[in-house]
Design a protein around this ligand. Structure first.
Ligand code: FA5
Ligand code: MG
Length: 431
């Protein structure tokens, strides 16, 4: 087994960008020469920089490496499953594990190396946390595929924290953990045992290199069997699951696996057959392969019946003590530490008339000021005034502390700070 380790240290903002929560602004302006420190490294800031102090506070926590953390237990089981499924001829695990790669990657790694077009929506500033024009906090662990393939790894797992400006609800959090799996095969790996197929090629003979249909079928069968096997190993034979066709620029064909979570079909992973051009970008020839990316929190929520994704960041002993066991396969009947009644406050405002308004900026403010008191935010109403043509949005913010009762006064104080900050940072007018 090969473990690639690149340590990084806890995050600190350098003084020129530091803040007190009172004067925090999402739309901080960065001047030429400003520096931002992310994961112990310094980077030049620019007009794309949009990492908030709230997000920075999650760097270096490495929940997946913390002994007795549920994400660490489930990761252990996933790695063991992959180790036992794929062995070298000498009986050793085939997959290498890379769990400490630095989370700052280049746009080349996160997008270009994966054939994500220059104008693709997933590159938007409103969807990502940019360090600057050329670097960002990785939005998925797929960002490391090419560098590892170029280094010569054929079978590997990448585990890491990933960052997205996403929705806010019980199964989405702006920082979560992914496990990436990549398996590359040579012609003899693909056809080896199937004598009658020895003559087949990996690619169709004419036109640009296209996978031979047999390759797709053989890889697809292995990929789906591997992932379904993982789901039944963790969740039991009777788990309800289904495959859905999907699209990713870097795999074709692609699928998503959904599992019933709290009576709702929930996406657990994306996967597919790696596009040939992705391998060429990594200087890999004469190989084909598959890849998957799964959300560790979603798998842990299913396994331990954890109802809310924020719980993983809790330091409450009532939560953590439930996972203080050495055998990761121990059965846990997770007890919700508390499910106090929520406080629900709405916020309505007119958008600025010359509108550069992005809901993601508003969500950042809510998360930065409300922290983990905020369980959910959603748009409940929007309309455009027929005479003035001004647009109004109304959002509902559900406040609920994981560990204790919140008072309405406390919530009101947080809520009015959110109103103030939204007014100054985004130029809206509270109604
Ligand atoms: C990806 O990130 C692709 N890189 C996955 C992939 C890898 C496809 C390799 C093909 C080959 P997606 O955005 O769907 O895809 O995220 C993958 C998984 O991460 C989801 O299925 C889900 O389990 C989890 N996930 C996505 N967004 C969030 C979020 N905000 N909070 C928690 N989990 C999330
Ligand atoms: Mg998806």
């Amino acid at each position: 087994m090969v473990v690639v380790t690149r340590n990084f240290h806890l995050v600190k903002l350098i003084p020129s960008l530091s803040h007190t929560s009172r004067h925090f602004s999402v739309k901080s302006t960065y001047h030429p020469g400003d520096q931002i420190t992310v994961g112990g490294r310094q980077y030049p800031a620019d007009h794309m920089t949009n990492i908030t102090p709230h997000i920075l506070s999650h760097l270096g926590k490495n929940l997946h490496l913390q002994q007795y953390h549920p994400l660490c237990h489930i990761l252990d089981r996933i790695v063991k499953y992959m180790y036992s499924r794929y062995l070298t001829p000498r009986g050793n695990p085939l997959f290498s594990v890379h769990s400490q790669l630095h989370p700052v990657v280049t746009t080349q790694q996160n997008f270009d190396s994966l054939l994500i077009p220059k104008d693709h929506v997933s590159r938007k500033k409103s969807d990502n946390f940019y360090v600057n024009e050329e670097q960002l906090l990785r939005a998925h662990t797929s960002a490391h595929q090419c560098e590892l393939m170029r280094m010569g790894f054929d079978n590997f797992l990448v585990i890491g924290d990933v960052y997205r400006r996403d929705e806010i609800d019980s199964s989405h959090y702006p920082v979560f953990h992914q496990v990436e799996g990549v398996r590359l095969l040579t012609k003899s790996d693909v056809y080896g045992k199937q004598q009658d197929m020895k003559e087949y090629e990996l690619f169709t003979p004419e036109g640009p290199p296209t996978h031979h249909p047999h390759v797709i079928n053989i890889l697809k069968a292995d990929l789906k069997d591997c992932l379904q096997g993982l789901a039944t190993t963790l969740f039991g034979r009777d788990v309800e699951m289904r495959w859905v066709d999907a699209y990713f620029p870097f795999t074709h064909p692609s699928w998503e696996l959904e599992v019933k979570l709290n009576d709702q079909w929930t996406e657990m992973l994306g996967c597919g057959i790696i596009q040939h051009q992705v391998l060429l970008n990594a200087d890999v020839e004469e190989r084909v392969g598959w890849a998957f990316g799964l959300g560790l929190e979603r798998w842990a929520m299913k396994l331990y019946q954890i109802p809310d994704i924020r719980v993983f960041w809790s330091t409450d002993p009532g939560f953590l003590s439930q996972f203080a066991f050495d055998d990761p396969a121990t059965n846990v009947n997770f007890k919700v530490v508390s499910k106090h009644t929520p406080c629900i406050n709405d916020i309505s405002f007119w958008l600025p008339s010359v509108s550069s308004y992005e809901a993601a900026d508003f969500y950042d403010i809510v998360r930065s000021i409300g922290g983990n008191l905020v369980e959910q935010v959603y748009l409940v109403d929007q309309f455009t005034h027929p005479h003035t043509s001004r647009t109004s949005h109304c959002y509902r913010i559900v406040y609920r502390h994981m560990d204790r009762i919140l008072t309405q006064e406390e919530v009101n104080r947080v809520h009015s700070r959110i109103e103030q900050e939204t007014t100054t940072a985004l130029g809206v007018t509270i109604r």
